[in-house]
Design a protein around this ligand. Structure first.
Ligand SMILES: Cc1cc2nc3c(=O)[nH]c(=O)nc-3n(C[C@H](O)[C@H](O)[C@H](O)COP(=O)(O)OP(=O)(O)OC[C@H]3O[C@@H](n4cnc5c(N)ncnc54)[C@H](O)[C@@H]3O)c2cc1C
Length: 454
């Protein structure tokens, strides 16, 4: 790479203010949320719009420089930060959100618009947005498309890919693909929006997305329900999924996660002694959801050991306990995070096995479990491991694969799970992924080393 020539090109495209030099400002782009991943970028560049993104990509392609796209930098697998020497391309300035179809409910959002901005635009138009995740003030539409973000409402609305009517993206040669705004129904050829969802910046750079909106719920009610063990809690999840039409979310918190969340949030839930696991259940709908939720919890019978109900504004207080868990863990140290999914019925056995596996490999390490129970999605957090040592991570992911689950439920592969994907994906699947990557990015300049080995 001719560094000086590339600097001149980038300066000509974005101007001095957006080719970031200040080391303190750069640090925010070069280190990830967990503190576990990061490196020095060759340049940190912040284009203003899609045409500047395309020009930056063309300049990098001409120089043979690798690009790491970044949105809100809340990713948890190290895919959005430099490893060393790449051009860090921040999409945050592409932050417009515009209602395009009040009749059917749709917004067009720039890649850098935050989830909170999309939610506010949806709400102003009398709608809601179907995906919600904790870091909503920071994570961006581009990052959420690129990771196919899941979150707490997947049980009702699906993940980010289910909200996509269209995506516009810049490919590795600087060309632009995708139609935005998109027709509400469109099967004209391969679905590029679906291909880009979950591609983690390795196939194209998302610049805009057309997102569908969902009806706004007038009422909301939630409960934290305690159980003696995971088997009883997961049996309850199955029965809630089957019999509760207003079900909007079911989160699981094992005791240590519940206690950490409560201490971080400065609140508490009084569950009787003997509750080793709790579910946070949320119902939403036009009317009568509190009664529906209370009836469903009552129907769980003796399995439910204690319940804290909330409706209206108090629902947010219960959610705060859950959303504080990742922050509380980060406060305790740099965690190894394994985001996995399992068939619902396998979760109790997995919980036992993963605890004894970690205890055997790293006596003294702390295993903290929580996640999106309705999707069989557990976040396995282990504190007290050396940051660069993958022994526990590998063993946990191998256990997941043996248990019939997925080694990457919603955070993606990033750099953290490249080797694990290589071990666990079918050979033919990996070949198809390599063929796609080779076709769209033959020189491998888009986020090299993420998803597939560089
Ligand atoms: C406290 C906390 C809670 C979280 N909870 C959830 C959760 O419930 N569910 C969930 O799914 N995730 C969750 N996450 C993970 C994270 O928020 C999501 O992965 C989110 O979608 C990342 O968005 P971002 O804008 O921050 O992307 P970044 O972190 O900036 O990037 C993530 C990936 O997307 C790529 N990328 C970013 N922007 C673009 C673009 N415009 N075009 C192409 N590629 C791009 C990056 O290269 C990287 O590979 C959580 C994270 C935190 C810190």
């Amino acid at each position: 790479m001719d560094r000086a020539a590339l600097a001149t090109s980038l300066l000509g495209i974005v101007g001095r203010d957006h080719l970031v030099e200040d080391p303190e400002v750069r640090a925010g782009y070069e280190r990830d949320w967990t503190g576990r991943f990061g490196g020095a970028a060759a340049f940190v560049v912040r284009p203003a719009d899609a045409s500047e993104v395309a020009a930056v990509v063309r300049a990098c392609a001409a120089a043979g420089a690798a690009i790491v796209p970044q949105g809100g930098n809340t990713g948890l697998v190290g895919g959005g930060v430099p490893r060393g020497g790449e051009v860090l391309l921040s999409l945050r300035r592409l932050d417009g959100v515009e209602l395009v179809d009040a009749g059917s409910g749709g917004v067009v959002a720039g890649a850098g618009a935050t989830l909170a901005e999309v939610r506010r635009a949806a709400s102003a138009a009398g709608y809601a947005f179907g995906v919600d995740i904790g870091p909503r003030e920071s994570c961006t539409v581009g990052g959420m498309v690129a990771t196919n973000a899941g979150g707490v409402h997947v049980v009702r609305y699906g993940s980010m890919s289910s909200q996509l009517l269209g995506v516009e993206a810049v490919l590795a040669d600087g060309s632009t693909v995708g139609r935005v705004p998109a027709p509400t129904k469109d099967n004209a050829g391969y679905r590029l929006a679906a291909l880009l969802a979950g591609s983690e910046g390795t196939l194209g750079i998302v610049v805009r997305a057309h997102l569908r909106l969902v009806p706004a719920d007038r009422e909301r009610a939630a409960a934290i329900v305690g159980f003696a063990d995971a088997a009883r809690a997961m049996a309850a999840v199955e029965s809630l999924r089957r019999g509760l039409p207003s079900l909007a979310a079911v989160e699981i918190l094992f005791r240590e996660a519940l206690d950490l969340g409560a201490s971080q949030a400065g609140g508490s839930v009084s569950l009787p002694a003997g509750c080793d696991v709790a579910l946070l259940v949320e119902c939403a709908g036009p009317h009568g959801v509190s009664a529906e939720l209370e009836g469903a919890v009552e129907a769980l019978g003796d399995a439910a050991l204690g319940t804290a109900f909330a409706e209206g504004a108090s629902v947010a207080r219960l959610w705060r306990l859950r959303e504080a868990v990742p922050e509380a863990i980060a406060r305790e140290g740099v965690p190894h995070k394994m985001d996995v999914s399992l068939p619902l019925g396998r979760i109790p056995g997995f919980e036992r096995d993963v605890r004894s596996l970690v205890a055997g490999l790293a006596p003294g390490a702390r295993t903290i479990l929580f996640g999106h129970a309705a999707d069989g999605n557990l976040h396995v957090n282990v504190l007290g491991l050396p940051p660069g040592d993958e022994t526990v991570d590998d063993a946990v992911l191998d256990l997941v694969a043996r248990s019939g689950g997925s080694i990457a439920a919603e955070h993606g592969i990033g750099v953290a799970k490249v080797a694990a994907l290589g071990r666990h994906a079918a050979r033919t699947d990996l070949e198809a992924m390599r063929a796609l990557k080779g076709a769209l990015d033959p020189r491998g300049i888009l986020n090299p080393g993420v998803v597939l080995p560089a």
